[in-house]
Design a protein around this ligand. Structure first.
Ligand code: UDP
Length: 245
């Protein structure tokens, strides 16, 4: 019997897919002019969703939830599943590469102006011929103006880096109105592409210690992580699905 690709981690969906299968969903969505919100799930988001019901609804509705965080991968493996981490930054790069092959337009929304511009330049360097429909930094005054800029660019794929949960909520509010087939919240991906934030070395990544490297680079994350990670681990251990507080 084929194993179910979608599993449940603390009441949230996680799709155990190889990048190729996830890309196939993206492609199908663009061809059929459907709507697909791609979510990259980590432990912090799982905990946040227990107190932020609007955010939880968005996660539950998403048809593609990638196991991005080591905590989520660990939780999925405890269910006896073979799980490969699919980091948001890697999937965003894969989508960009496919976009260049297929001629899809990609819009980058979020991060500081210099960062989003450098990220777009990097994508163009890595994927010759890619169509960048536009860029917009994430420190805009008017939500409506930013949305209008995206709408008139008519991208096939919109990458949104506004931080969690704002980026997921932004997508949920605007995707349908703007008619963009594929939208994905990408967190710090533009900073990585622009080189302002470094990715962990390969060895640390393969040991699932990317989060540790991130803490070393961005120590202000300690407080957030300390509030959420132990709770996530405890809840998974308990196998509980209801009531975080
Ligand atoms: N960001 C933004 N506007 C804001 C807040 C954040 O564009 O009002 C950008 C920020 O510059 C960064 C990205 O959102 O490039 C992701 O931020 P962070 O790494 O804190 O995301 P998280 O860890 O919450 O996913």
């Amino acid at each position: 019997m084929m194993e179910e690709k979608r599993i449940d981690v603390l009441g949230l969906p996680v799709d155990l897919l190889e990048a190729d299968s996830a890309l196939a969903m993206v492609e199908e969505c663009i061809l059929e002019r459907g709507l697909l919100q791609v979510v990259t799930l980590n432990a912090e988001m799982a905990i946040l969703s227990r107190v932020d019901k609007e955010f939880e609804k968005i996660l539950l509705r998403s048809r593609l939830v990638l196991p991005d965080g080591s905590g989520v991968v660990w939780a999925a493996r405890r269910q006896g599943r073979k799980v490969k981490k699919l980091a948001g930054v890697d999937f965003a790069k894969s989508m960009a590469s496919r976009a260049a092959e297929r001629g899809w337009g990609v819009f980058l929304l979020g991060a500081k102006k210099a960062v989003v511009e450098a990220a777009a330049a990097q994508l163009m360097k890595d994927n010759p011929g890619i169509r960048i429909s536009g860029v917009q930094d994430g420190y805009f005054q008017s939500e409506e103006e930013a949305a209008e800029k995206v709408r008139s660019a008519k991208p096939d794929i919109l990458l949104v880096a506004l931080g969690v949960p704002r980026q997921e909520k932004w997508i949920s509010e605007y995707q349908e109105k703007l008619g963009i087939p594929v939208c994905m919240g990408v967190g710090g991906t533009f900073d990585v592409l622009a080189g302002t934030v470094k990715r962990a070395p390969g060895l640390m990544r393969s040991l699932q210690l990317e989060w540790l490297f991130r803490l070393y680079q961005e120590p202000w994350r300690w407080r957030r992580m300390i509030r959420t990670l132990p709770l996530f681990v405890w809840l998974v251990w308990q196998g509980r699905k209801e009531g975080a507080s």
